[in-house]
Design a protein around this ligand. Sequence first.
Ligand SMILES: NC(=O)c1ccc[n+]([C@@H]2O[C@H](COP(=O)([O-])OP(=O)(O)OC[C@H]3O[C@@H](n4cnc5c(N)ncnc54)[C@H](O)[C@@H]3O)[C@@H](O)[C@H]2O)c1
Length: 259
Amino acid sequence: MRRPAIFVTGAASGIGRACAELFAARGWYVGLYDVNGEGVARIAAELGEHNATSGVLDVSDPDGWEAALAHFWVRSGQRLDVLFNNAGILSAGPFETVPLAKHRAMLDVNVGGMIVGCHCALRYLRKTPGARVINMASATAIYGQPDLVTYSATKFAVRGFTEGLDLEWSQYGIRVSDIWPSFVSSAMAAGFKSIASAQSLGIRLTPADVAATVWRCATGRRLIHKTHWMVGLQAGTLSFATRVAPTAMTRWVVRLLAH
Ligand SMILES: NC(=O)c1ccc[n+]([C@@H]2O[C@H](COP(=O)([O-])OP(=O)(O)OC[C@H]3O[C@@H](n4cnc5c(N)ncnc54)[C@H](O)[C@@H]3O)[C@@H](O)[C@H]2O)c1
């Protein structure tokens, strides 16, 4: 039997890289795609040409997606078991101090990239029995975050998109889930210095912690499908608390953490 294959965006660094390495170590064929073509080529070479392939992809570019997926489809032996929409960018700071171009870029990459990716990948996913889509959300999708308002809004969009598409694509047998980590010690963490909630909560997760959850999400067989996957105690506790506590209390806690 041919081995399963995962297509990872944003694979040159942090969580994407950790996932690519974990899945390759566990016998999957891995496609690493990123705007940083040299970065993914280097990692793919380390993983070995029989285990991995790579390519340049800006996730906001539909033509780029078409070419990358066609390339991956051939290299993987015609299967796409998991599409992992992981690429994302973050600009932090008070809303009006972040240039408009950076707000737009977060929408284009964090939301647009996921939408275009799913649109282009459907025909390949449908040809792979049991295929899954995993989108990268964040604990900022639990409640809107000061100093991260647009970033947080993009992750709310990931959450809603995932819920709706999961229901739509169940007709094709394709499961759609998302991953919600709190702060992670990746390159993105350089942007957390000015974020009060990152200082209050601390950066307690590593990319490997997130990769372990992505692995369980991709390979677990559950009787009842789980759409949202929390990573770490903080995200789990906050998410649970918002479901049982009055909204006013959640707002008060978020305000406290952010000051
Ligand atoms: N770091 C955290 O605390 C944290 C927490 C929750 C969720 N996330 C999410 O996890 C994902 C990965 O982030 P990370 O922490 O590994 O950050 P990272 O900065 O280490 O990695 C992001 C990768 O995405 C790539 N990328 C950026 N724009 C791209 C584009 N247009 N097309 C393709 N690739 C692009 C970058 O080159 C980089 O390799 C993001 O979606 C992020 O929002 C991160």
